[in-house]
Design a protein around this ligand. Structure first.
Ligand SMILES: Nc1ncnc2c1ncn2[C@@H]1O[C@H](COP(=O)(O)OP(=O)(O)OP(=O)(O)O)[C@@H](O)[C@H]1O
Ligand SMILES: [Mg+2]
Length: 493
């Protein structure tokens, strides 16, 4: 039993006695009971020698989980949980490690420089009636620290600092990177007020396996490193500590792969923001606030998620457009069930990137990807918002060499020269090259794979030649029709 509880019990006993006395004195009005109890607690408070500090999970308007709460949870998972009787278990780091933390309404004793302290974890369950399988977002959790008032300076000065530092170190040790996706706002209520769901981030792509010219790759890696180390610099120039990347290029050129490589390189979490499920700008802002530092926020195919003239289209315009659109994938993206009443605007998105709220938390990278950079509003991608524009392009010989090393384990081969020539003559995405380099059966060796690739490249070259001839023919026919029409018009005149 913590000293607080001992004293609390004592207070209740005194209050009980006084209350009995009040009941005995029948002429006292009933409200007097409350006053007597309050007085009794106050009286105990005067002589109570212990101080308590409460650390709630969510403070203030509950927009964000308190960092101190998370750090304490981690701290208690190491030292104090060894002594707790009821523990909660969670697996981290590829399910190899189990992290134990104190269960709700449990208590442990800790010691610091010979001083004894008491930690308790509490949960106040919401009184609101709710039929749900999930825990209510109104439930409130908190840790409470109790210590003797003679140690006030030691505890508030050094101990709490020590707890927070150790808690953060534990979190860094156990850190298992996460891939988040935003929950539709209709479900925000269920996930313990969390707007994001996550799984472990396990994408294996790295800059080593990314097919790209080495100078370009190095430039990007240097840029990322510079950003990560630039906290002081951003503070000095008065800019929020974030950086925007625009990745553009045809499908299959490695935009998504590049994001995974960036996350693995920086050891950051990834927030994959599905804009079509975000109802309006306010929701967008709330999602932003709930992202943590050291993360990459990704909006893929930005041209499909937002109407780039400024406002999102009305339902009718959307339908009209859909009928004209040939691409079924794009049609799906625009007409999806959830995007119907979405009112995220271009200005909302601009604010998301560099408005006042974007500075909350710091150390974040925002990445947009698109297949059609020319369709994007210049305001969205101007430098300062999207600081670095990276073109992901068709496979060059240098990129091919990376893929050959990854897929076949070869650094050089007599067929490389032919591949080089064909790559200079025709366009093929790294995704297609990679597909051709994958052995289709156990019998297929590297030579067979390379021959398969050469065949595919020759076919692509031939297809491109035929297509260009057809286009030339069509253009010639068009111009002869126009000439005919003009000639007939002059004859009539
Ligand atoms: N530059 C690259 N380096 C290594 N692998 C690549 C590269 N580009 C494509 N690939 C391979 O092709 C597959 C598809 O690539 P990815 O999804 O990154 O393309 P994307 O540019 O994001 O395409 P989309 O525009 O359709 O989203 C990947 O799984 C990867 O294996
Ligand atoms: Mg992609």
């Amino acid at each position: 039993m913590t000293p607080f509880e001992t004293w609390s019990h004592l207070g209740s006993v005194v209050a009980g006695l006084m209350f009995a006395w009040a009941m005995f004195q029948q002429y006292f009005p009933p409200q007097l009971r409350m006053h007597i109890e309050a007085f009794a607690h106050k009286a105990v408070g005067h002589v109570y020698p212990y101080i308590q500090i409460t650390f709630p999970e969510f403070a203030g308007e509950r927009l964000k989980r308190c960092e101190a709460y998370a750090a304490i949870q981690n701290y208690l998972s190491t030292s104090a949980s060894a002594r707790a009787k009821r523990l909660k278990a969670e697996s981290v780091k590829d399910s190899q490690t189990l992290v134990l933390s104190m269960d709700e309404n449990e208590e442990v004793v800790d010691e610091f420089e010979g001083v004894k302290l008491w930690w308790s974890s509490s949960l106040i369950v919401s009184q609101k009636p709710m039929i749900s399988l999930y825990s209510s977002s109104e439930d409130r959790r908190f840790y409470r620290l109790t210590f003797h008032r003679s140690h006030r300076e030691l505890i508030t000065g050094s101990y709490i600092k020590h707890v927070l530092e150790k808690g953060r170190a534990v979190a860094a040790d156990n850190r298992r990177r996460k891939l988040f996706t935003n929950n539709p706002s209709s479900n925000w209520h269920y996930y313990k007020a969390s707007k994001w769901s996550h799984v472990a981030f396990e994408h294996p792509a790295t800059f080593d396996t990314l097919a790209m010219e080495s100078t370009k790759k190095r430039e990007i890696m240097n840029d990322l490193l510079k950003f990560r180390q630039a906290k002081q610099y951003y503070a000095r120039i008065g800019k929020a500590w974030k950086r925007g990347y625009l990745l553009y290029g045809p499908p299959g050129t490695g935009k998504s792969t590049m994001i995974a490589a960036m996350a693995n390189f920086l050891n950051y979490d990834v927030y994959d923001l599905e804009l079509t499920t975000v109802k309006d700008n306010t929701e967008l802002r709330k999602l932003l606030i709930e992202t943590s530092a050291e993360s990459i926020i990704v909006i893929e195919d930005i041209d499909c998620s937002l109407d780039l003239t400024g406002q999102r289209k009305t339902k009718k315009q959307e339908n009209d457009d859909d009928e004209e659109k040939a691409d079924p994938v794009e049609r799906m993206a625009k007409g999806g069930e959830e995007s119907k009443d979405s009112k995220v605007t271009l200005s909302g998105l601009l604010n998301f990137i560099d408005g006042l709220w974007s500075a909350c938390g710091g150390e974040r990278i925002i990445v947009f990807t698109t297949n059609f950079v020319e369709k994007l509003d210049p305001a969205l991608i101007r430098r300062g918002r999207m600081d670095k524009h990276i073109e992901m392009s068709y496979c060059c010989f240098e990129s091919f060499k990376v893929l050959a090393r990854n897929y076949l384990g070869v650094e050089s081969h007599h067929l490389f020269a032919t591949v080089r020539r064909l790559l200079e003559e025709t366009k093929m995405t790294p995704a297609d090259v990679a597909e051709n380099l994958m052995p289709k059966s156990d019998e297929e060796d590297e030579e067979a794979c390379l021959e398969g690739l050469i065949e595919a490249l020759e076919k692509a070259k031939e297809d491109a030649r035929k297509k260009s001839e057809e286009e030339k023919e069509a253009a010639a026919q068009h111009s002869s029709w126009s000439n005919d029409r003009e000639r007939r018009a002059t004859e009539i005149e």
